[in-house]
Design a protein around this ligand. Structure first.
Ligand code: FAD
Length: 262
């Protein structure tokens, strides 16, 4: 998206966002310092900048189950609510109760119920309305700590063997799964594992990950995404849509981004 200078971009951990290498000539608000949380019984209230790995560890320490999947997602509370993150048969929607948001339009702060957050596959109302998530409330399930811990370890072991490591930086899944198909499988079946543009490459370990193996620029990544999108559409008829976000104000990149999303 081309950013209006008067509208700040909000970033949590930035793990799901491709930032233009050309320039990010606009205000960006990092939520890193909004990092307070509290645990009362089985209810956890967390500000938007709390890191998910910390949240998962604190839930484990309190004997609360529901965040085991977050141990492998390098994100912030704001990012995972906006994306309704999920993995390993758990989703944020399973535990989210309500959220406090700031409306950039009306400049009001208000509470949204789970229903009003409109959570669905990799989506929430935060993607369609100018809301900044300030804080979220979660209700978890009391469970024995050793059961929670072994689930977290199982998730980590799965990731270590099925996903590229962060030695080759990446933004997680590049494309959303289309209805009735799995993006990674379509990309792999199209023979695109290892395909590259500049320093960006389709991971040989998991085809829905694009890894930065040699000083990739955002332009390399977007061009590779475009190539993958075209090939999969030509071979299988599915148009893969980005799961990652892009911010920048480069005209040449904006053109590719528009093409990827339309
Ligand atoms: C190695 C790796 C593995 C991953 N695995 C998974 C997975 O298994 N499942 C999954 O669902 N995702 C996964 N992801 C994707 C990603 O981490 C998450 O979807 C997460 O939502 C990103 O959080 P973030 O804080 O990094 O968001 P950012 O990249 O900082 O931001 C993402 C979007 O959220 C917006 N945003 C951030 N904070 C706020 C806020 N407070 N209010 C309003 N908007 C906000 C930003 O403007 C942006 O549009 C993975 C990513 C990586 C790198």
């Amino acid at each position: 998206m081309l950013i209006q200078l008067e509208n700040p971009v909000i970033l949590g951990a930035g793990s799901n966002t491709i930032i233009s290498s050309d320039c990010a000539d606009f205000p960006i608000i990092l939520t890193k310092k909004l990092a307070e949380f509290s645990i009362e019984g089985n209810v956890i209230t967390a500000q938007c900048g709390v890191k998910t790995a910390i949240l998962a560890q604190k839930a484990l320490d309190a004997g609360l189950s529901g965040f085991e999947f977050l141990t492998c997602i390098p994100a912030s509370v704001g990012g995972v609510v906006l994306m309704n993150a999920s993995a390993h048969k758990q989703a944020l929607a399973d535990v989210l109760v309500s959220a406090k948001v700031f409306d950039l339009e009306s400049k009001q702060v208000f509470e949204l119920s789970k229903e009003e957050l409109e959570l669905s596959y990799r989506s929430s109302v935060l993607q369609s309305k100018p809301y900044v998530l300030l804080e979220a409330v979660f209700e978890l399930e009391p469970k024995e700590k050793n059961i929670i811990k072994s689930k977290m370890e199982e998730n980590k072991a799965y990731r270590n063997s099925h996903h590229p490591s962060m030695k080759t930086p990446n933004a997680g899944s590049t494309f959303r799964n289309p209805e009735g198909a799995i993006s990674g499988k379509l990309i792999e079946d199209a023979g695109l594992k290892g395909a590259f543009v500049g320093g960006a490459k389709v991971s040989e370990i998991h085809a829905n990950f694009i890894v930065n193996f040699d000083n990739a620029t955002s332009f390399d990544i977007l061009n590779l995404m475009s190539l993958v999108q075209d090939e999969v559409q030509k071979k299988y008829g599915y148009k893969l849509l980005p799961e990652v976000k892009y911010i920048g104000n480069s005209e040449k990149e904006e053109q590719i981004w528009q093409k990827l999303n339309n």
